[in-house]
Write a new protein. Sequence first.
Length: 117
Amino acid sequence: MASLGLQILGVGLAVLGWIGNILICMLPLWKVSAFIGNNIVVAQTIWEGLWMSCVVQSTGQMQCKVYDSLLALPPDLQAARAMVVIAILFSLFGLLLSVVGGKCTTCVCYPQARIPA
């Protein structure tokens, strides 16, 4: 029965990793830059994500704008966007394989059945 617990743990961790990949893809905190003028009143923080950019004023007001085109992205964020989407697809494929292949996985339950070294 130890193998069933390990399989459930593995699938649970795979689901957690897949959800983490999706959250990382959605967050706009990939590049953060701050601009502070001569006084603190005009302070701005610019967040650039894979799908949108946001400007946070010193007053706490935040404005987000979705990128108009793929070419509006800097090259490093274009590459990151492609790799994150590929990572999400691979993690989904791995999750599906772990669920399907879980029935084929067995662990040796009896110490007498192990092959001596």
